[in-house]
Design a protein around this ligand. Structure first.
Ligand code: PBG
Ligand code: ZN
Length: 328
């Protein structure tokens, strides 16, 4: 007779029993699909380093979102990709002035899909500034306080157009408060802020910068995004955002920062989002295309890792494929 009483393998033999005892679960309600929106209504452009993801004009976007809704994707995150010929300014004012792209896209989506769809908008200046930086540059430096009013105006333009959530990703200090005050001053008191609280300066954003034409013209983003070596600093960033009125906290990128995700989950009652970024997606796609990894296995492994680490919601380019192929 064996003296092994505790045998963890007992629960691993039967696949449905494994499902029954599984700790982390994925479902379509926690997935957010990102979209890159073009100025020309019917335009569609492939993004080389992100197979399966396209930039689309508003008319195409409506059709794509409609098909995604049928798959069960009820949340989207929008990024504007202004025409390369359109003028960019030092303060990124084309993000909100006049008949701006993202407010138009938001209005079209909300008009068509109403309460079926949660429309989240990325609030950042980098696709609209002439420098490609996320804030205003003065004397070769990205200045903090002078950037805040422009971010606030952008957030107000999105919320006024009907955005359900605004998501600042610039990493300027005090931007959540500036946005909250600006929204409230316009009577938009019920629009939540999902803050990219812990956004690290990362090599994993490479494909995105190609997709959104938002690469900085000089230098890098290390004077405002977090240093990859820091963990405690993430708690400071999250704490400040909570004090300034953030409703949802985010960690970005995801895979290399699961410890930070867990920290936020354990230390704050606010919902926590993770952004499974472009480079993480590209790595899976590239290796799968070569037959070096199994795409389904690795994708689900990554998404479950986010849930296991504590993510309440996952922003991921994999969302459509996961549902379309019935992987859940
Ligand atoms: C812009 C922004 C970036 C991403 C989201 N918002 C790029 C950056 O900070 O350079 C990255 C998303 C991704 O890589 O999927 N502030
Ligand atoms: Zn930016």
């Amino acid at each position: 007779m064996s003296d092994l009483v505790v045998r963890p393998r007992r629960l691993r033999f039967h696949p449905k029993l494994r499902d029954l005892v599984a700790e982390a679960r994925l479902d379509s309600r926690c997935l957010v699909m990102p979209h890159f929106v073009l100025e020309r209504d019917r335009a569609v452009e492939e993004i080389e380093a992100m197979p399966g993801i396209r930039r689309e004009g508003i008319e195409r976007l409506l059709a794509t979102v409609e098909a995604d809704l049928r798959l069960g994707i009820h949340s989207v995150l929008l990024f504007g990709v202004p025409d390369e010929t359109a003028p960019k300014h030092r303060d990124g004012r084309s993000a909100y002035a006049g008949d701006a792209l993202i407010p138009r896209a938001v209005a079209a989506l909300k008009q068509r899909f109403g309460e079926e769809l949660v429309v989240i908008t990325d609030v950042c200046l980098c696709a609209y500034t002439d420098t490609g930086h996320c804030g205003v540059v003065e004397g070769g430096r990205v200045v903090n306080d002078a950037s805040l009013p422009h971010l606030a105006k952008m957030a107000v333009a999105h919320a006024a157009a009907g955005a359900d959530v605004v998501a600042p990703s610039d990493m300027m200090d005090g931007r959540v408060l500036a946005i909250r005050e600006a929204l409230d001053a316009e009577g938009l008191v019920d629009t939540p802020i999902m803050s990219y609280s812990c956004k690290y300066a990362s090599g994993y954003y490479g494909p995105f910068r190609e997709a959104a034409h938002s690469a900085p013209q000089f230098g890098d983003r290390r004077s405002y995004q977090m240093d990859a070596r820091n963990r405690r600093e993430a708690l400071l960033e999250a704490q400040l955002d909570v004090e300034e009125g953030a409703d949802i906290l985010m960690v970005k990128p995801g895979l290399a920062y699961l410890d930070v995700l867990r920290d936020l989950k354990e230390n704050f009652p606010q919902p926590v989002a993770v952004y499974n970024v472009s480079g993480e997606y590209a790595m899976v796609k590239a290796a799968a295309q070569r037959g070096w990894i199994d795409e389904r296995t690795v994708t689900l492994e990554n998404l479950h890792a986010f849930r296991r680490a504590g993510a309440d919601m996952i922003i991921t380019y994999h969302a459509r494929q996961v549902l379309a192929e019935g992987w859940l």
